[in-house]
Design a protein around this ligand. Sequence first.
Ligand SMILES: Nc1ncnc2c1ncn2[C@@H]1O[C@H](COP(=O)(O)OP(=O)(O)OP(=O)(O)O)[C@@H](O)[C@H]1O
Length: 254
Amino acid sequence: MIKLKIENLNYSINNKKIIENINLKIKEKSFVGLIGPNGCGKSTLLKNIYKVLTPSNGNIYIEEKNIKNLPSKEFARIVSVVAQNDIIDFDFSIKDIVLMGRYSHKKLFESNKKEDEKIVDEALEIVGLKGYEERSFFSLSGGEKQRVFIARAIVQQSEFIILDEPTNHLDIKYQIQIMNILKSLNKTTFSAIHDMNLAAYYCNYLIIMKDGKIYNMGTPEEVLTEKMFKEVFEVNAKINESEYTKKLNIHYIP
Ligand SMILES: Nc1ncnc2c1ncn2[C@@H]1O[C@H](COP(=O)(O)OP(=O)(O)OP(=O)(O)O)[C@@H](O)[C@H]1O
């Protein structure tokens, strides 16, 4: 089944085209990476999908529903988002932040039920933050904060997760940990990723953008080529299969 379909999407600001003629489909349960150089339009594309921005024209369908017609709660039941630089400006407890993810399942002013607490408990277990319930958000490390946002996305219980560089600013241990958690959820995942070796290892499909347009899409083996690195990133790369992971290994030649 197709989880996400985008048709002729364009987004402009002050008559400047930021993204142009985007057409793509993402299959259910696939783990898709969105890659491309700084400023090529990845965040803008994702924001159009998660409705922070409104397309100048074109249509976006999730589970065959045109998202522009979806009320916010219904949208939140089918898509969870882990945005870049997600900001929490009041020092909530971890449990309170994760509970926020339950809002799409509640009526106005409905209080939290035992069921919600159980779902939050399970999500904290998945992301390895059990016991952190009452800790203040501001006291957490970057990797722990990112795991809180993933837990909040998990409790939404949607089948589709969109992430904008979830491993940004994290050390290698946390990068791997976050990617492993995401993979273990077994949902449709669409994530902007800068690290090409992480993308090659975890993603089964990659969408490459350049200058606001789609440059190519396919499996990592199909699209991560030396020619692509030259044309899109302007770097010399050498690519082989890692004898340890059996996945592509990208070497940059300065
Ligand atoms: N509000 C805005 N006004 C003018 N230009 C904008 C605005 N928002 C984004 N842009 C421009 O649109 C282009 C795409 O930005 P976007 O954030 O989508 O890129 P990105 O691929 O996510 O980059 P990065 O990898 O650096 O996060 C950039 O050139 C950016 O400067």
